[in-house]
Design a protein around this ligand. Structure first.
Ligand code: DX5
Ligand code: ZN
Length: 226
């Protein structure tokens, strides 16, 4: 996985057909997805449950791009090795998931994954100064994590601008997660984001047997950015 700041669209399989993940992933990749975003929820850190390492391992062989695993779980550390073994390229933990995020990020890199740090909408950027040299990606949540299809929180635009300035020349991706549409994507790209997660806006109107809307939806987001 080489680093570059070109725009990447990462469909979230949270909005795909849960009975057909392999085919859904192959369909969105064929329709132009750059990364595949995998939302892991534990019913404790967030009020929703999805899936764990065995599911990630099972879908890994259907992903030809980047497997971007977003852990909405607490604690994180006991599960890092299992998600690394499942084939995660990027493993993202939340700053809010526990008191020892520094140790968690060290452990993610030690397990051979790119380390991602996610920030809830209510979390400021001042606490990440001493983490900047140990992360490969910062995920700015533009909804409160737990569900797809929520409304974009505009106050996060300012956070992304601040983050972009803090990052400087460091090879750190800025990822945006939540409420991305052709209307909100350009705001985030202009603020400095390079990875846009989109669930409902990519999967709406399409299916494995009718995948063309996935391509239309991905292009609509891409083309919204000047
Ligand atoms: C929310 C998840 C998101 C979600 C985004 O907790 O982390 O990745 O799937 O869904 P949309 O794009 O529908 O807001
Ligand atoms: Zn996510």
């Amino acid at each position: 996985m080489s680093f570059d700041r070109s725009l990447k669209i990462a469909p979230s399989i949270l909005s795909a057909d849960f009975a057909n993940f392999g085919a859904e992933i192959e369909a969105v990749e064929a329709q132009g997805a750059d990364w595949i975003h995998v939302d892991v929820m534990d019913g404790h850190f967030v009020p929703n449950l999805t899936f764990g390492p065995p599911l990630c391992a099972a879908i890994r062989k259907h992903i030809n791009t980047v497997m971007d695993v977003h852990l909405m779980i607490a604690p994180v550390d006991p599960y890092i090795q299992a998600f690394a073994d499942a084939g995660a390229d990027v493993l993202t933990a939340h700053l809010e998931a526990g008191p020892h995020i520094h140790r968690t990020l060290q452990a993610i890199r030690a397990a051979g994954c790119k380390a991602g740090l996610a920030l809830n909408p209510g979390t400021g950027v001042e606490d990440i100064e001493y983490l900047l040299d140990m992360v490969d990606l910062i995920c700015v949540m533009t909804v409160n994590p737990g569900f797809g299809g929520q409304k974009f929180i505009h106050s996060q635009i300012d956070k992304v601008k601040k983050l972009r300035a803090m990052i400087g020349d460091r090879p750190i991706h800025i990822e945006i997660d939540g409420g991305i549409t052709p209307e909100t994507a350009p705001l985030m790209a202009a603020a400095g984001a390079d990875v846009l997660v989109a669930g409902s806006a990519v999967f709406k109107g399409g299916s494995v047997s009718n995948p063309a809307p996935y391509g239309d939806n991905i292009r609509a987001i891409r083309n919204s950015i000047g």
